[in-house]
Design a binder for this molecule. Structure first.
Ligand code: AMP
Length: 598
């Protein structure tokens, strides 16, 4: 396809605002794209390379302005281009405002093109591919030369869309959904099957060709490839209550505070040509990257920054796999460090070994998308997790308990809110972010932020509550007070119901008990603080005179007959002692009521 034809069609789409009309235009474009269908399907979205390919053009705006200036003639310089840009505000419009082609002979030569006047889509792609590959000293000049060669052969809309493509500013309103629908429409295949094939391949160009040439059977045969990243499944915020209402059981995992990684490993070596037109790996053979690649949540290749993950893969994995997980920074004892520490390592390109001395990272995996030739996206989460356990233990002969498997995120299946609360408490005590709740039966949906994965909603607000009771602990906690009863001020005595729990002159009403988020060290401190205020004891239960105020986070407020306020804090967690407050400063029942209805 001539690039001029592509540019004309892009201009038509640009002028269209109705979604359905846009899909029709893209459909016609794909039908007419001929041999260049892969490239056309990407260019129309403003992409040069497939989404899974982390190759970038690495061209800054100034290189593009320089190329435009040179193609526009000897009396135009970069300043003129920038001035026009400041005036007009959009680089495509600026490029279209120039008459290119003054340097014809040189342009045809440097672009490496066939020499004819008509630029083709393929020539533009191949030139941009060469441009992306330019590295080392002099590469910026080479990039400008190559771009100049292209602009020099452009006229009108060609220049407009070339400039926008190069600077990732296509913006003609063609999203991923439009291309998906256009492929389905153009080649008469169901949209959801196109969608599935796109999810596993992340390659709109390839899927357009497969749909055209092999129809539905071809689409259904598109598989994951070890070495080619898949979009990560994402989580929504949600509460324990919602999860338990919707699912029979919830799968509960710790939420690690690190950076998402997708590990691709093949002991026999990764495939090199993964099928993008002209895009293949340039990794030298024998390098460990040949067996292992690590990608970020955005499918960026971060292998070189994380040698620990590569070493883990090589020491542990015995079959081709794609694993989903998190890389966490850890201290010398293996305890997790805050997220900011991982950032010092993730995406680092230089001095990796030095950075590794300062911050160590370790991977934890929670999902298995592919194992030994089998795609597992359609399998239920629990089965994928079982497979993950097998994959991570394949190299050990002895049977190992899940908690002893290096790199395995533990998973509990339960419908018991109290158990979830205690898993949450353990996660926090171990220095993690909290918990994730997942539907145990759910499939893996790449790129989707659905309800099947929920990160437990962070506490919206905290309440300052008076501590009006507690319980002596058991076993090693026998000398500590714990499970603290929380109350708020209730000015309106009519509303109070007698519950047999603490009453004081100050009109307090109970709203819940907190036992979560407190370390043993903290319990010892709290016991010391509260013991002088013990007013009565009944077995393990202790009544406290109102003196100490706790700041408490919670998931939500529900009506409840259990507490004298008529309300209960769901999943309360201890945040801290408000030494600066006394009971008369604590929250009121009125406020609890208004929070409940808000
Ligand atoms: P957020 O970044 O707050 O949207 O939370 C979702 C992120 O939590 C995921 O993208 C992962 O990077 C991370 N995460 C940590 N632990 C888990 C887990 N067990 N399951 C899924 N995601 C997790």
């Amino acid at each position: 396809m001539k690039f001029a034809t592509f540019a004309d069609r892009a201009a038509e789409i640009d002028a269209e605002s109705a979604d359905l009309e846009i899909v029709d235009h893209v459909r016609d474009l794909l039908v007419d794209a001929g041999e260049e269908i892969e490239v056309v399907a990407r260019f129309v979205q403003g992409r040069v390379f497939p989404a899974w390919d982390s190759t970038t053009l690495d061209v800054g705006p100034s290189a593009c302005y320089e190329a435009i200036a040179r193609a526009a003639g000897t009396n135009v310089d970069t300043d003129d281009v920038e001035d026009r840009l400041a005036e007009i505000g959009e680089i495509g419009e600026v490029a279209a405002s120039y008459e290119f082609g003054g340097q014809q002979g040189l342009g045809a030569f440097t672009s490496g093109g066939s020499g004819g006047d008509d630029l083709t889509v393929r020539e533009v792609y191949e030139t941009l591919e060469n441009l992306a590959a330019a590295e080392g000293s002099g590469s910026q000049d080479r990039k400008v030369d190559l771009l100049f060669g292209l602009f020099n052969r452009c006229s009108g809309d060609e220049g407009r869309y070339l400039a926008r493509l190069v600077l990732s500013e296509m913006r003609i309103g063609v999203g991923e959904g439009a291309v998906r629908d256009a492929i389905a429409d153009a080649f008469d295949v169901p949209g959801e099957r196109v969608e599935r094939a796109l999810q596993v391949s992340n390659d709109y160009g390839r899927i357009a060709r497969v749909a055209r040439e092999d129809g539905l059977a071809g689409l259904d045969a598109v598989d994951l490839a070890v070495g080619r990243p898949v979009q990560a499944m994402l989580a929504q915020a949600g509460t324990v209550t919602e999860a338990l209402e919707e699912w029979e059981d919830a799968a509960v995992e710790w939420k690690y505070d690190g950076a998402r990684i997708q590990l691709h490993h093949d002991p026999d070596g990764l495939e090199h040509d993964l099928g993008a037109l002209g895009a293949s790996s340039d990794t030298p053979p024998g390098n460990s990257r040949d067996h292992t690649r690590v990608f970020s949540r955005n499918m960026e290749d971060v292998t070189d920054a994380l040698p620990e993950v590569v070493e883990f893969a090589e020491g542990t994995l015995e079959e081709p796999v794609i694993l989903d997980g998190e890389v966490v920074a850890v201290d010398d004892d293996g305890e997790p460090l805050p997220f900011q520490e991982v950032l010092k390592r993730f995406r680092r390109k230089h001095d990796v070994e030095k950075a590794r001395e300062d911050v160590t990272v370790r991977p934890v995996f929670f999902d298995c998308l592919h194992a030994d030739g089998e795609d597992l996206l359609e399998e239920p989460l629990v089965d994928r997790h079982d497979r993950l356990g097998d994959v991570l233990t394949a190299s050990t002969n002895a049977a190992v308990e899940p908690e002893d498997v290096d790199g395995l995120s533990l998973l509990w299946i339960t419908d018991d809110a109290d158990e979830i609360e205690s898993i949450d408490a353990d996660a926090l005590a171990a220095g993690h972010e909290g918990i994730m709740l997942k539907d145990p039966e759910s499939t893996y949906s790449p790129g989707r932020r659905g309800k099947n994965w929920r990160k437990r909603k962070p506490d919206v607000e905290t309440l300052d509550c008076v501590v009006t009771g507690a319980e002596w602990g058991e076993g090693r906690r026998a000398t500590f007070l714990g499970t603290f009863e929380l109350s708020v001020r209730d000015g309106d005595s009519e509303k109070r119901r007698s519950s047999g729990s603490v009453v004081s002159a100050q009109n307090l009403a109970t709203v819940g008990k907190v036992a979560t988020g407190i370390t043993d060290e903290k319990l010892a401190e709290l016991t010391e603080l509260l013991e002088p205020h013990v007013a009565a004891e009944n077995g393990q239960e202790v009544t406290l005179e109102p003196a100490v105020v706790f700041e408490v986070g919670y998931e939500e407020i529900q009506t409840s007959p259990t507490y004298s306020s008529g309300y209960a804090l769901r999943f309360p967690r201890f945040v801290g002692v408000r030494h600066d407050k006394d009971p008369s400063d604590a929250e009121t029942l009125e406020r609890v009521e208004s929070l409940r209805s808000s």
